[in-house]
Write a protein that binds this ligand. Sequence first.
Ligand code: PEP
Ligand code: MN
Length: 363
Amino acid sequence: MKKTNGPADEKTGKTNRLKQHRPLIIAGPCSAESPGQLLDTARELKKTGKVDYFRAGLWKPRTLPGSFEGIGSEGLEWLKMVREETGMKVATEVGSDKHVFEALKYEVDLLWIGARTVSNPFIVQEIAEALRGVDIPVLVKNPLNPDLELWFGAINRFIKAGIKEVGAIHRGFSVWGKSIYRNHPIWEIPRALKKRMPGMVVVCDPSHIAGKRSLVPLIAGRSIEEGLDGLMIEVHPVPEQAMSDAAQQLRPQAFDRLMKDLDIKSPVNREGSESRIDELNSEIDMVDDLLVRTIASRMELSRQIEKIGDPRYVMTQKPIQMQKTFARLHGLAIEEGLRPEFIKRLFDEISREALLLETSLRE
Ligand code: PEP
Ligand code: MN
């Protein structure tokens, strides 16, 4: 992935720190958990040479009580260690004026406002007041609900408080019902925001949109096509053991691969050439990729059952299990407006393929 430097501001001669790197890359764990975890991640990320800001959440607003709510101020010392050892700039989320004062004491280089916080104008104003006159870049995530005005309003509270470098993060929106995403991306909204605030840096957080590792690269690629200005990506040395958002964090190696795979050319100028068909086709590409990966995961699961090699299962339970599966999928097909005969044909084919694979494995 190629990176270039942005131009200096014509009036001040200073380079806007958010525009300094194109694309702007922010990466690091969802939460700071221990000094070791933070330093391990930071060292690996430093090696990639792609990261402009190292992120780690210290104060975690969690949906459910009892979840890990972050290490708190203690982690500021660890972020300082990361900066001193690797030279990377550091970023964290603030959710109150108290967090702002703490973070500023440790000279954190960039602050972001989380989606839950952005949904509350009282708190956004409190944070903006705490930052009044401070020279620090601030990134504002979109609120939980797809409300452009609320997002725009929050961004403006920081601009009115005198913050010169304010940017935005598209991290998807909550929707009720089933979705392949954790938070549904609605590309029209960041696009409308960019139109309203030309020149403002808008990056994408594919980790919180995806909710699962396998989808992160697809969404990252899509956001680049969309012309967004950078990425915020969660990276953890052992994601499975992460204390928050374990399913969506990438290993440092996967992050490195993603950076290499993403051919970030100058953002496509979608003005004029933008067509709904292009957009829908790129969504279809994403879903098709997901379909193939999902089939591969299913094959792997049947392979694992086969490896256990229980003859009683094969003779008695397996046929019952298959009948149950078909009955369930029959219902699901109807629910989703698909013809059950089609789903039956598709799954017969998948089962046949699984059997073929199992047989070739035994030979
Ligand atoms: C985060 O960045 O870890 C986070 C909590 O994100 P969001 O506010 O987008 O849910
Ligand atoms: Mn997270």
